[in-house]
Design a protein around this ligand. Structure first.
Ligand SMILES: C[S@@+](CC[C@H](N)C(=O)[O-])C[C@H]1O[C@@H](n2cnc3c(N)ncnc32)[C@H](O)[C@@H]1O
Length: 385
């Protein structure tokens, strides 16, 4: 097996289970891409991974010992990932890349159908080892490879394709009795945001029948539909008409009504403020607003604008649920944006709750990038004069 050698002093983070080795941390590299042993400067073996020449993240480690990356290795990783999700029901993220010791590989389980993403050159290069292992470990009837923006970023030009079996044209997802049917195109680009499942549950628990709820960046309306079935009046806002169509069909199947507005969320929020509308609960769940540290100031400005609109729209006693799914927007950044929005609207508020992604999107303490989803629940609390 070919080898790469770290520069002196660079072994500490690898020994502490950080799986990515950057090109500038390596003193000696192999000539070709492929499975590679990593050694410390002094020759101590540290792990085995996939080496991608020319990539900044040059070596991604799959294991922190000397073992092989064969079918048995992948099957054991998939079985362990499955064991850790036992009890989550048939719909969950089964593999969350390096958080499950499988860099570049993401697998969402929808009952008998798996949606698989290869997000690195290495993950795709090793496919003949992990595809049979995934099939054996899950017993799923079909698996579909879905290229996403991550696939393109990794320089892979892959078509959507069945890895085995005959995946359906429509993906069915059921969450606590709400049934969604997503065309594959939408499932591929956006999926079902399984990572908001726990928040949707917590949210439903605090919605009452007399409430008015605004679900902004609603996608297929996971929050709005739960509010509607509790008897609340719900309005969902998203720019994606296909997602709103899925919402509509799910609402009819559930026997509830949800109002929808399609359009750009900040503009719709401004219009609702101008209309003098009031809401008891507002969900703000935008897409990743900062995909690099450079984009953080802009992301904070957008969060401030969204939260200022939300504070203006809240009825007395109301709450805002605001989420960020960007790793680069930290909890402190979201709080700072909320404080700025509070200053702009003269709103004193409490932080009622902070949540993070659920356990099928694991957060590895030693890999900071694995913590990406933060949600603040904010409640204005004006002091009596
Ligand atoms: C993180 S997802 C929301 C997930 C949703 N809350 C759920 O629980 O399923 C972000 C959504 O924002 C929508 N979106 C992105 N940019 C938008 C914009 N400028 N205005 C309105 N919606 C937008 C996308 O179509 C996507 O459905």
């Amino acid at each position: 097996m070919q080898r790469a050698v770290l520069k002196p002093g660079k072994e500490k983070k690898v020994k502490n289970f950080y799986p990515t080795v950057y090109a500038d941390e390596l003193a000696e590299v192999p000539k070709a891409p492929g499975v590679t042993r990593l050694l410390a400067a002094g020759g101590e073996p540290l792990g085995v991974g996939y080496f991608e020449p020319g990539s900044r993240a040059a070596l991604r480690l799959y294991r922190f010992d000397e073992g092989p990356l064969d079918g048995a290795f992948f099957e054991a990783r998939f079985l362990e990932a499955g064991r850790r999700r036992a009890g989550l029901g048939p719909y969950h993220r089964l593999v969350h890349a390096e958080a499950d010791g499988l860099p570049g590989l993401v697998v969402d389980r929808f009952g008998e159908v798996l949606l698989v993403q290869a997000r690195t050159q290495g993950a795709w290069a090793l496919k003949d080892r992990w595809i049979p292992a995934l099939k054996a470990a899950t017993g799923a009837q079909s698996a579909l490879l879905v290229p996403t923006e991550y696939t393109r970023k990794a320089g892979l030009s892959l078509e959507r394709q069945a890895l085995w079996g005959a995946p359906p044209e429509t993906l069915v997802y059921e969450e606590d009795g709400i049934r969604f049917e997503l065309p594959l195109e939408l499932a591929q680009t956006k999926g079902f945001y399984l990572d908001q499942r726990e928040n949707r549950r917590l949210f439903e628990a605090e919605v009452g029948p007399s409430m008015v709820v605004l679900d902004v960046y609603s996608h297929v309306g996971g929050f709005a539909l739960r509010a509607a079935r509790k008897g609340a009046r719900a309005l969902a806002v998203d720019k994606d008409l296909a997602a709103l169509g899925v919402l509509d069909r799910a609402a009819r199947a559930l026997g509830v009504a949800v109002d929808v507005r399609s359009g750009d969320a900040p503009a719709v929020l401004a219009a609702l403020v101008a209309e003098g509308r009031r809401f008891d609960r507002i969900v703000l769940d935008p897409p990743a607003l900062a995909k690099s540290p450079r984009e953080l100031p802009r992301a904070k400005r957008i969060f401030t604008e969204l939260l200022a609109h939300a504070f203006r729209l809240l009825a007395p006693g109301g709450r805002v649920w605001v989420s960020s799914c960007s790793y680069y927007v930290k909890e402190a950044d979201l709080l700072e944006a909320a404080r700025r929005a509070g200053a702009d609207t003269k709103t004193r508020f409490h932080v009622v709750r902070i949540t993070h992604q659920p356990e099928d999107h694991p957060w590895v303490a030693q890999v900071p990038e694995t913590l990406y989803l933060k949600t603040l629940v904010l409640e204005p609390y004006p002091l009596a004069p």
